[in-house]
Design a protein around this ligand. Sequence first.
Ligand code: NIG
Ligand code: FE
Length: 423
Amino acid sequence: MNKITATCVIRNAKQLVTLHTPGHIGPRGGKAMSELGIIEKGAIAFSGSRIVAVGETNKLLKSISITRKTKMIDATNRVITPGLIDCHSHPVFAGGRAHEFEMRISGKSYLEIAEAGGGIKATVKATQKASPKRLFNNGKKVLDEMFSWGVTTVEGKSGYGLTLKDEIKMLKVLNKLNHEHDIDIVTTFLGAHEIPEEYKNKPDEYVALVCNRMIPAVVADNLAEFCDVFCEKGVFSPKQTRIILQTAQAFGLKLKIHADQFHSTGGAELAAEFRAVSADHLDCVGDEGIHLIRKAGVVPVLLPGSIFILGAKQKAPARKMIDYGLPVALGTDFNPGSSPIHSLPITMSLACIEFKMTPAEALCAATLNAAYAIDRGDKIGCLSPGKMADIVIWDVQDYREITYWFGKNLVYSVFKNGHEIKP
Ligand code: NIG
Ligand code: FE
C-alpha cells in the first residue's frame, strides 16, 4: 500500500481536539457540542495546505510516509485545536469612540447615544473621510491582533460607508486585506447598517439606494459573499429588511441578519423565512424565533462581547438554544462601539460566564459551528483528513484552560494553510 507523504507532522500533543467524531457531519447542536473528538497523545499530519492524517501518535507515524523533508514538530504538554474562526466582526473603520464608552458608564444607553448622532453614525463620518490606505492599515492592525489570539478565518463586514462610493471603498479594503494578510476574510456587505443622516426622514429612499445601486455594484465586482442587515427598532424595520434580503438573494448573495439585538423585532423569523446562513445577536429572541431558526437550519451566532461591554440586561438564551438542539456559534462582533474586543478566546470566556456555556461548547462554537455560520463547514472548523491545515498549538495541557485563564493569550503557534506563523 502506498503511504501518503507528509510535509509536516505535529506529534505527542497532550490533547488533539479534533471536533470530529466518526459518522458526524454538519454543525454540532445540543449535546453534540460537547463531543470534541479528543485524542490523547495525538498527532496530525499535513501535505501542503491539507490535513492528511489525524490519530494517536504511534499509530499515525506508522501510517504515513516521512521523508527527510518532513518537518517534525513536538507538542508534548501542549493542546492542539482547529484554528479559531471569528464569524462576526466589523474590523475596518476609522477613529474610535472612547468618549461614548465613558458616556455609557455615566448612564446613557447605546441607542440613546446613537439617536443623538453618535454610535454607528460617528464612525461613518470618520470612515467616509479616511483614505483606503488608512483603512487598510487600521484593518491590518486589527487582523494582526486577532491572529495572535489563534484566529485563522474571520468574517468582516462593511457598513461604515453608507454611500455607494464608501461602501465599495470598505469592501475593496476588506478584499485587499484578504489577499495580503495570513487570515482568510469572508466578506459581508452591510450597507444596511444604519440610516444615514441625510435619509433620516426618507429611509425608504435609502433602502432603494441599497437595492438598486449598491447591491448590483457589489455583485458586479464580486466584492462580497454575504449581505447583512441591522434589523432593529429605529434602524431597518422587518419590512425594509425583507426588501433588502429579497434583492440580495436575487443577486446571489448569501444572507445574514443582525437580529433581535435590543428588541424582539422578528429578525429571527425573517432569517428563517429566507433560510439565511446565520442569525446574529438574538439577545431578545422569543421561543417562536428559536423554533423557526432550528427548523430552517439557520446557525445562531451569539456575541457575548457586546452584551458585556453594553451591560445589556437581556442576553441571548444560549442554554435554551443548546438544550433545544441548536448549533450555537460565537463571534467577537469586534467594532468600535458595542464590542471593542479583538480576542476570540476572551469572547469564549465571556460566553462561559454570561451564557453558562461550558468550555467545550464555547470551543465548538468558535471552531466547527462558526465555520458553518460562514458557510465554510466543508473546508475548516475541524481536524480531519481533507480539511485545511489551519491549526493552533496552545501552551496548556487541557483545552479548558483556554477559557479559564481569562484574558491571557495562551497561543504557542498558529498554522495557516499548513504554514507555521508564530504570532
Ligand atoms: O453588531 N448592532 C449593530 N452593529 C454593531 C455595532 C456597530 C457600532 O456600534 O459601531 C453590532 O453590535
Ligand atoms: Fe455586528
